[in-house]
Each structure stands twice: as structure tokens, then as C-alpha cells.
Design a protein around this ligand. Structure first.
Ligand code: ATP
Ligand code: MG
Ligand code: MG
Ligand code: MG
Length: 561
């Protein structure tokens, strides 16, 4: 491909809203453009990378025996109503109405659609197992679309669904996908972790996320360097008994003056007590408008995803200052004592005696608070998340915490969808049974960003060979020099004939601009044709280390091999 006829609109400056390095470089290097929040256009370079990622995924899915299909993006509302997700999915679901007033969703995922296909077309145990997959555009009206391709509102996903006759077989299908995912992410050259993920109602060890380590990733994970345990912080089973405080006699409740303290750390210092004994209260408003108090230990992060999943609504949110004022709650100083709204306590406070809470009054706290003597939580829930230095659930060594990008997610669904939608098969014994399902997602477009997050330097992208838009970049440094142009053209033709994907910078531009663009775009191998041709020499470089190697022109065939 000749750069002069191609379309690579590189930019000196990143768009002001771009924070993530992948967002900055993919826009600057001319791979993508933003149309509106969370909507991106793939330019010629961008689509080449996307297709490569797609094809690596496709190859491994096919090898694993999965069958490619393509389902409609529009999904009838009735299917979502059958599983209850028309309500549960909340605002993330894009809903559209046709001219007759029938409602549809733009598919954010396709469990309902695929289950409908299967229930209509599969009857017998003889037709199973099956695994169907597609690579398709998905729609989610994300609350915070950001970081470019990392969190779009329209994005490319590979989604697969397995159907089995027994739990044992379903686990086998799950394990096959787990191994397939490893092959895919290995071939993509990514530094990733496979972590245990929250399984919600299903329980057990049958949900894993594949997380690529990245500085601004929104996935929080803990891992153990000693035994290899790794889990999403929401899923990590945090071991209460290990940091439980020594048992204590209940002491009488006391209200104490705590002037000029606000943070949990300040309160602990002022009262000369362990931070684990301080309890924070947060007031949340659920989607139906009810207020609830969530109490959690001061040293524990509250995980909003967990909370939101728990309440089974997608828009539980912290109460605003005005809402708190209306309820007579003093922001930052509230404790559960005396509140007449439901109090959901994290289970990490269940065994906590003589703890400290706010007195719902500036500069006052209650000490020696005891459950249930002083207040009775409506419910105990596991809201807490694991964090750095928590004991590893397997080997007790201190855990490490890191952030990353969730690029894949596999989940053993069981019979949740097949029961709700009556997807039954007739077994050997002639009995009707619900099909056991699994689902398996990969963020194809997010992977493009993830690859850039892990492969870049101060000058631009460094594509791994497996997904680079082109393998070879030929730079003709001075297009006014006949000998340079002739040599570059010759190498270009040779490379093309061998079948190397090559981008040939034949543009009439300054040497500096050509190198800047080449570094930004990040094609892994480079042949620079410059003044050296007078001595019969061109230069070969790799984008990743930039070591220059002089190559006699007659040896170019060997180099291209
Ligand atoms: P996240 O936690 O990042 O919101 P998710 O858990 O909601 O992702 P899944 O429903 O598991 O996502 O979807 C499968 C895969 O699709 C994810 O692992 C991720 O790689 C990708 N994905 C999800 N949401 C987006 C998005 N908004 N933009 C790009 N890729 C996404
Ligand atoms: Mg999500
Ligand atoms: Mg997730
Ligand atoms: Mg997920």
C-alpha cells in the first residue's frame, strides 16, 4: 500500500478528552475517529487491526468446535420480558420502537436471542452439545463511555453460548473455552491474568475474567504471587476470621465529642482506636426512589458494582446533598443509630464489637456501638472487596492489587435462561430437561485498545506482529532523489510479491515528519531508504528497539524472507 494513496490522518495533538494512552495514540496515529460519545469510526488502518484480532479469535473458536452464526442486532422486547431483563437491564439497554409501536432492544448481549434459536430448533440430546458464536456490534448505553475503544456505547464483541445436556458436560464446554481463551490472548501477545469473577446467584468457580494489566483499567483485581490465586476484588473471598479483632466485652454506648475530624483515619487517630473499628455509613437511593443506608468498615472499600448487582438495578446511586438534607442526615457524620430507613450492613461488621459510628451531628461520634443492642441491620450483605495485603484465601500470603482491562469473560450460566425461556431437550430416558448453558464474551474492539496500552513508548504505538496493520513499513526518505525512489520502489514490489503486508511511505514529506509518523503508527518492521543507497545500503529497524542495521541492497531478499 502506498501511503500517498492511503488515508492516515495523523495528528500532532491528542483530542482534549482523551486520557488513556490507547485513546490518544489510536486517534493521533489515524486509526480511529470519534463520532459522538462512545461511538468510533474505524479508519483504514484501524479496520485492518480489528480484522486481525477478529480472525485470531475466529480461528481458535473454530478449532474449539464452536459454530459461527450472525444474529440480528435488533432483539424483540418480548424475549427480554421472558427473562425479566427488560426491567433489570435498566438504562444501559438501548430501546427502539418500530413504526407499529413494537419495542426492540439493540442487543448488548444475546442470551435471549440464542436461547430462542435453540429452543425452536433443538429437541433431542442427540443434537447436543453445541456452541454458537458470533462477532458482532453490541450496544450499551454506558453511564460513562470513556477511554476511547475501552468503553464504547457501540463496540465489537465476540459472544459465544454453549448448550449441554448435563452439568458435567457443561463444565467440560466451559473448560474448553477457558483453554481457547488462553490461546487467543497468548497469540495476541498480551500480558493478562485469568481471574475468578463474581458468579452472583450461580456460585462456585465458574466465572472467570481475562484481565489485561493496564494503568487506567476499570477492573480491580487481587492476585497472589505465592500460589497464583487471582480474582476480581468483588469475587475474592475475603477471609473474615483472619483480620477479625480480638473478642471483647460489650461496653456501654457513649456519645463523644470529636472536634475537627472527618476522615476515617482522623477519627481512628483521635479516638486512638483501630481503623477496622470505624464504620462508615453511606446513603444510597435505589432506582425506585427508596433510601437505604449501607454500613461498611472504614478500612474496606465499598464496591458499587457489587452493590448495584445486589439490588438488581443498574442505577442505585449515592444520595445527593439535598436528598440527605431532606432526610435530616448530616453528610459525612451519619451513623445507623436512629435512622428510620433500612440499614444494610456489610458482613465484615457482623462480628465487630464496640465499634465507632457517626452521631449524625457534626463533631460527634458514638463509641462502643454493638449489634444488635444499639441498632438492628435489616440485612447483612457481602459488600466488601478484597484489597492489597489481604490474606490470600488459598495460601494466606498477602495479596497484591492491580488494575486492568476486562477483555474476556466466561460464565457457566446453568439453567437460568433455558428455564425462563423453556429451552428443553428430550434426554435418553425420554424425559424433558432444561439445557445447561454457558456464555463467553470477548471485547474485540477493547482488545485493540488493550494491545496499545501494553505496547507503546513516548513516540507512539508498537504493534505486536500478530495484529499489526502492516508488517513492514518502507520509508523513502527523499522522494526527489531518483536513486532512493527507484530502490524503495523495487523493495516495495519485492515485498508485495512475497506476500508481505507492506506500507510504503512514498509521500513527498520531510524526513523528520516521516519518522514521526512511522513511530506513531507503530508498524513493527521498517526499511529506511536514504542517502545510503549511494553506497548500496539501506537500513533495517524494528519499531520496538530502534536498533539500526545496515543492509546491503543485494541482501534485501534474505531480509524479507
Ligand atoms: P465491564 O465490566 O468493563 O463493564 P462487562 O462485564 O459489562 O464489562 P461483559 O458483559 O462481560 O462486559 O461483556 C463481555 C466483554 O465485552 C467484556 O469482557 C469486555 O471485554 C467487552 N465490553 C463490555 N462492555 C464494553 C464496552 N462498553 N466497550 C467495549 N467493550 C466492552
Ligand atoms: Mg459493563
Ligand atoms: Mg465486568
Ligand atoms: Mg463481564
Amino acid at each position: 500500500m502506498r501511503a500517498s494513496r492511503y488515508f492516515i490522518p495523523t495528528l500532532k495533538e491528542a483530542p482534549s478528552e482523551a486520557e488513556a494512552i490507547s485513546h490518544i495514540y489510536l486517534v493521533r496515529a489515524g486509526f480511529i475517529r470519534q463520532l459522538a460519545a462512545g461511538l468510533y469510526e474505524y479508519l483504514p488502518l484501524g479496520i485492518r487491526v480489528l480484522k486481525k484480532i477478529e480472525n485470531i479469535i475466529r480461528k481458535h473458536m473454530d478449532e474449539a468446535g464452536a459454530l459461527e452464526v450472525l444474529l440480528p442486532i435488533l432483539t424483540p422486547a418480548e424475549l427480554w420480558q421472558e427473562t425479566g431483563r427488560w426491567e433489570v437491564y435498566g438504562k444501559e439497554l438501548f430501546r427502539v420502537e418500530d413504526r407499529k409501536g413494537r419495542m426492540f432492544a439493540l442487543g448488548p448481549t444475546h442470551e435471549e436471542t440464542i436461547t430462542d434459536l435453540v429452543r425452536k430448533n433443538i429437541r433431542s440430546y442427540k443434537d447436543l452439545p453445541k456452541n454458537f458464536y458470533q462477532i458482532q456490534t453490541k450496544f450499551r448505553d454506558e453511564a460513562r463511555p470513556r477511554y476511547g475503544l475501552i468503553r464504547g456505547r457501540e463496540f465489537l464483541m465476540k459472544d459465544a453460548y454453549s448448550f449441554d445436556i448435563s452439568e458435567e458436560m457443561a463444565i467440560k464446554s466451559y473448560e474448553i473455552m477457558k483453554e481457547t481463551y488462553k490461546k487467543i490472548f497468548d497469540e495476541l501477545n498480551l500480558d493478562y491474568l485469568m481471574v475468578e469473577a463474581d458468579t452472583g446467584a450461580i456460585g462456585g468457580k465458574f466465572s472467570h475474567e481475562f484481565v489485561v494489566k493496564a494503568a487506567n483499567g476499570e477492573a480491580h483485581i487481587v492476585y497472589c504471587e505465592n500460589c497464583g490465586y487471582a480474582a476480581n476484588v468483588e469475587a475474592a473471598k475475603y477471609e473474615f476470621e483472619l483480620d477479625k479483632l480480638p473478642p471483647e466485652e460489650e461496653k456501654p454506648l457513649e456519645k463523644v465529642h470529636t472536634p475537627n475530624v472527618s476522615s476515617v483515619e482522623d477519627v481512628a487517630k483521635f479516638l486512638n482506636t483501630d481503623i477496622k473499628k470505624i464504620v462508615k455509613t453511606l446513603i444510597y437511593i435505589l432506582s425506585d426512589g427508596t433510601a437505604v443506608a449501607i454500613i461498611i468498615r472504614g478500612d474496606r472499600e465499598l464496591n458499587e458494582t457489587k452493590l448495584i448487582n445486589y439490588f438488581n438495578v443498574l442505577d442505585a446511586r449515592l444520595a445527593t446533598s439535598e436528598e440527605l438534607e431532606k432526610m435530616g442526615i448530616v453528610e459525612g457524620f451519619v451513623g445507623p443509630i436512629g435512622l428510620d430507613i433500612p440499614v444494610y450492613a456489610d458482613i465484615s461488621v457482623k462480628d465487630l464489637h464496640n465499634f465507632v459510628v457517626g452521631a449524625n451531628e457534626k463533631d460527634y461520634h458514638y463509641i462502643n456501638v454493638n449489634i444488635p443492642r444499639d441498632f438492628k441491620p435489616t440485612e447483612f450483605v457481602d459488600f466488601s472487596t478484597a484489597k492489597e495485603n489481604d490474606p490470600c484465601p488459598k495460601c494466606k500470603s498477602p495479596l497484591k492489587e492491580t488494575t486492568g482491562l476486562e477483555v474476556g469473560h466466561i460464565f457457566l450460566l446453568g439453567t437460568k435462561y433455558s428455564k425462563a425461556m423453556k429451552a428443553y431437550f428430550v434426554d435418553k430416558d425420554g424425559k424433558e430437561k432444561p439445557i445447561i448453558m454457558g456464555c463467553y464474551g470477548i471485547g474485540v474492539s477493547r482488545l485493540m485498545a488493550a494491545a496499545v496500552e501494553q505496547n507503546n513508548d513516548e513516540n507512539g504505538i508498537i504493534w505486536p506482529d500478530s495484529i499489526a496493520p502492516f508488517k513492514l513499513h518502507i520509508l523513502a526518505l527523499n522522494t526527489k532523489d531518483k536513486q532512493i525512489v527507484e530502490t524503495a520502489e523495487k523493495i516495495y514490489e519485492k515485498a508485495k510479491n512475497i506476500g508481505i503486508e507492506v506500507l510504503y511511505d512514498d509521500r513527498d514529506m520531510s524526513v523528520g515528519a516521516k519518522f514521526k509518523d512511522a513511530d506513531l503508527i507503530g508498524i513493527p518492521h521498517r526499511i529506511v531508504v536514504g542517502k545510503g543507497v549511494k553506497k548500496g545500503i539501506v537500513e533495517y529497524q524494528q519499531r520496538k528497539n530502534k536498533n539500526k542495521k545496515e543492509i546491503p541492497i543485494e541482501e534485501i531478499d534474505e531480509l524479507l524472507q
